[in-house]
Every structure is written in C-alpha cells, then in structure tokens.
Design a protein around this ligand. Structure first.
Ligand code: LLP
Length: 422
C-alpha cells in the first residue's frame, strides 16, 4: 500500500528536503556508512502491517502464520514471533530459523511438496504442530516415521482446487496437474488411507492457489470447492475441523493492483459463517514486501544506439524477481531534482547475462555516476533469492528503527566465500 501523501513511496518512507528518508534516516546518510548495494527494511512498516493484518482477520478467528520463505531473516522473524504469529515452513532450515526466533513449534505448519525423511524426523523431534500432506505416498511415509518415533501427529491434506489464480505462470500452484497438492479425485481415498494409519490424525484440508493474487474471485471459487468437499467428507463421517487457506495476497508493485486484508477477511467470514472450523492463513509477501528497499548506486550511464542505459551496482544476483518473473520494482532517486527533464533508460546491472535488466524504457531523470537509487517493494522473495553469482558479495541487510540502523545480515565477501573452498 502506498503512502497517500507521497504516492510513489512505500509506508515508512518520505522525502524530506528533497532527500529520501526511511523512518528517521536519510538514505544518503545510511549509504555514507554502508557501501551499496544493500537491502534496508523499516521496522515500523513491518509492525504496522502485522497489526493491520491481525486486526483485519480477527473477526474470522483465523490464526496467521508467516510464510518464512518470503523473508527468513532471523531478526525479522523475531518481530513476527513478538506479534504472536505462527510460521509456515518448507524445510528443516526454516524450522530452525522459526524456532530460534522464538516461534513455538506447536504454532508451526510444515508445508512443502517433498519433505525428506530427515526433515520430517527433525520436525517430529521438535514437536511441529501441523503437517500439510501433499500425497497419499507422503501419508505413508509420515506415518512410518511417526510410528518409529512413537508420536501421533496432526495433519491436514493439501487439496488442489484446480482454479486459475490469475497470476504469473511461475507462481500459480493450483492448476490441474500441478505438482502441488492432492488431486481432489484422490481426496476420498487419501482420507480412507489416513483412517488406517495409527500415527496420523487428519484434522482438515488445506489449499494454496498461488502468489501475488490481486482478485478475490479465485479465492472465492476455491473456498466454495473446499466447502463442498468439507460437507461431503463430514457427511461421510470424517472428523474435519481445520481449514488452512494458504497465502497469496497480492501487493502493489506500482500499478495500483493489490488485495486488501479486510476484503479477504469479509469473504472468509461470509463463507465460513455456518461451519464450525478453525481457519489458518499462511501469509508471506503481503506482510513484508512493502517494508523493504534495495539501495544501489549508479556506476555509469551508457549510450549504445538506439538505447540509453543506466548501469547500477546491483545486479540480478541481488534482485532476481525481474529476471525470473518479469517483475516490476519501481526505482526511485534518493535525492530529488527538479531541474532536468525525464528521459527513458534501460536500467541494468553488472552481471554477464542479458536478462540482468530491471527496467526497459524506464522514464527517469538522467543520473550521474555515484547517484543513489532505490528499488521499492523488495521485502519479500528478494533477499532470500539473492546469490553471489559472478563471485559477487552477497549483499547485507539493514533494519531501520527510528534513527537506529542495524546490520541484520552481514555481507558475505569474496574472501569469506573462498575460505569455504580451501
Ligand atoms: N503457503 C504455501 C504453501 C506457499 O507455497 C506459499 C508461497 C505461501 C504460503 C505464501 O504465499 P504469499 O502469501 O507469500 O503469496 N518467489 C515468488 C513467490 C513464490 C511463492 C511460493 N509459495 C515471487 O517472488 O513472486
């Protein structure tokens, strides 16, 4: 959601005397101490969004879990833990992070299409609260491990509702034939199988139809299907009292399209009014995306007829979403200038790949070498997707709270990388 007083700036940011500020700090001051590129988050933006989320979903009684994959920095997870959120995890590593951050294992949902035996065993030792099962084969595997460890675990079955979430093809997960979830034609047989397994207690159904969803329609369709199955299964005598609706709410990447928590909450409330079930949510992007920026410096401009380029010191290894999903992340100047006229540039990074391009024909003022720029809406699925490709430093993450700036992940330099190879 954009700050109304300054339409192009995310919550927690503003321009003051022509300088971009994140909370009480100007980016120029931060960059004097920390070399670019770096990720930078606003703590108040994260806290405000979490509170807005909890308030919006309160009438539904839904328990909110943070999808750790969106941003797994332990310091940010601690903020989630403090606000009382549970965690949705997809690996043993994410489980370690969630627990280290102080999220109780009982509040953890273990999702993921290919959980390994080792990860399942680790999760059972920790006491994870719920396993979202993705196949009949996995039911058997989980049961065998639980039996060996002498525990009985709670599970829900992730069903594929076969709807088109209307999002980018790489982040849609509920089309027919998808690798995710149990085909609904197999649901009955999955439940019958589960009933024969003594170490698994199937409590309900789960769905997750995709990510960056900006219309309520696909949610409405898939919830109707879930309710239909719920009724059928309850009529057959299966005790089902939990529905996990996954995540997927879209945020505004600059085109004005996003989903409001309150609209989704209303849909949930209306849909489940006559059903006695506990609702769970697994939200990633919508909780954290808008709270992050990526600060970068201009290395140079370049003309290569017929194109004008801006060359940045951040590359696709630091911010992969534009290359991977043709994602749009608005790019802004850290210092406003009123004198020049906008031109159009292709904004690119230093990586030796043609796909290392953040924007094509982007209208902006001609920058000078050394000028600070920043990408917005990069709090989710950005730092976690970054790498050291081209033997570059894995860039650091900073957290700003008022006038306090803290390094919450150090840079991973070439010298440190080389040590691992000796
Ligand atoms: N639950 C499950 C089972 C998921 O697979 C995901 C995301 C979520 C919850 C959280 O969804 P969210 O609320 O964040 O939309 N890297 C892609 C996004 C991949 C999403 C993967 N699953 C991107 O950068 O757009």
């Amino acid at each position: 959601m954009l700050d109304k007083t300054s339409p192009s700036l995310p919550r927690g940011m503003r321009y003051e005397n022509q300088l971009a500020m994140i909370e009480g700090m100007s980016l120029a001051d931060i960059a004097r101490e920390y070399p670019t590129p770096f990720y930078c988050y606003s703590q108040s933006a994260i806290e405000q969004k979490m509170q807005a989320c909890l308030k919006a979903f309160e009438p539904t009684g839904a328990k909110v879990h943070f999808a750790v994959k969106a941003n797994s920095n332990i310091n940010l997870l601690r903020l989630m833990a403090k606000a009382g959120l549970g965690a949705d995890i997809v690996s043993g590593g994410e489980l370690t992070r969630a627990c280290t951050a102080g999220i109780a294992p009982a509040d953890v949902i273990f999702s993921g299409v290919a959980k390994t035996d080792n990860e399942l065993e680790y999760a059972m030792h920790k006491g994870v609260g719920q396993y979202n099962v993705e196949s009949i084969e996995e039911l058997h595997r989980i049961n065998t491990i639980a039996q060996r460890l002498g525990v009985v675990i709670d599970a829900v079955l992730r069903v594929n509702p076969e709807v088109d979430a209307g999002t980018h093809q790489h982040i849609t997960t509920a089309k027919k034939g998808s690798k995710f979830g149990i085909a609904y034609s197999q649901l009955d047989s999955a439940l019958q199988t589960a009933a024969t397994l003594s170490s698994i207690n199937v409590r309900g159904l789960a769905m997750h139809i995709g990510s960056q969803i900006t219309s309520l329609e696909p949610y409405s369709q898939s919830i109707q299907r879930m309710l239909h199955w719920l009724e059928q299964l309850q009529a057959k005598g299966f005790a089902i009292d939990r529905i996990d609706l996954g995540g997927g709410l879209g945020v505004d990447y600059g085109n004005g399209e996003y989903l409001e928590y309150s609209d989704y909450a209303e849909l949930i409330q209306a849909s489940f009014a006559n059903y006695q079930v506990d609702i769970q949510l697994e939200l990633g992007r919508s909780l954290i995306a808008e709270a992050g920026i990526l600060v970068s410096s201009v290395v140079s401009t370049k003309q290569s007829s017929p194109n004008n380029f801006v060359l940045l010191d951040a590359g696709m290894n630091d911010l992969l979403r534009p290359s991977l999903y043709q994602a749009h992340h608005p790019l802004l100047a850290a210092s406003l200038s009123t004198s020049a006229r906008p031109e159009t540039f292709d904004v690119v990074g230093p990586i030796c790949e043609s796909t290392d391009c953040f924007h094509k024909n982007y209208p902006m003022l001609r920058p000078n070498t050394g000028d600070l720029m920043f990408f917005t809406v990069v709090g989710a699925y950005c730092s976690v997707l970054s790498s050291s490709y081209n033997s570059r430093t894995l860039i650091p993450e900073l957290l700003v709270n008022g006038e306090n700036v803290r390094v919450i992940r150090k840079a991973w330099t070439i010298d440190e990388q080389l040590k691992l190879e000796e």
